[in-house]
Design a protein around this ligand. Structure first.
Ligand code: ZN
Ligand code: MN
Length: 146
């Protein structure tokens, strides 16, 4: 059920989220929604060079922040590593390949409740995301001797 570029009304989605439609927002959101997956700001910037040659890296960052703030995309942070941006905004977690960096979505029937533990530490939870690290099937296969 992957949406095709021409089936997505990006301007309507932007307006629905209360954002003004700009060529930058339109192109970046269209790219993310069409390609799905998880991409870094740098990958998005490179993909935009054919579409918006004058776009600056900082505009890409600002646009991604703006789209994340209104919940149209989700920013996934892993410590100091570059954030990845996810078209899938429903609550889910990720399996992360230690070799190629690929993220695979997974869902849990319910999110583990850590409220009590957080309270003990006086820790204020902003989001809960589980990252399961390992080796993806493609990388495991390429490791096998033939
Ligand atoms: Zn991998
Ligand atoms: Mn995801």
């Amino acid at each position: 059920m992957d949406p095709k570029t021409d089936e997505i009304n990006v301007p309507d989605i932007l307006k629905g989220a209360g954002l003004r439609v700009t060529p930058q927002r339109d192109a970046i959101l269209r790219h993310i929604l069409t390609n799905r997956g998880h991409m870094s700001a740098d990958e998005i910037y490179r993909a935009m060079q054919h579409i918006l040659p004058n776009l600056s890296v900082s505009t890409v960052y600002n646009t991604l922040k703006c789209l994340s703030d209104v919940g149209l995309i989700r920013e996934i942070k892993f410590g100091d590593a570059a954030s990845l941006f996810d078209a899938n905004t429903s609550p889910h977690h990720h399996m992360v390949c230690n070799k190629c960096g690929k993220l695979i979505d997974f869902y849990l029937p319910s999110t583990p409740n850590v409220t009590h533990i957080a309270e003990q530490e006086k820790f204020h939870i902003e989001e809960m995301h589980i990252a399961v690290r390992g080796i993806c099937n493609d990388c495991a296969k390429s490791r096998e001797p033939d």
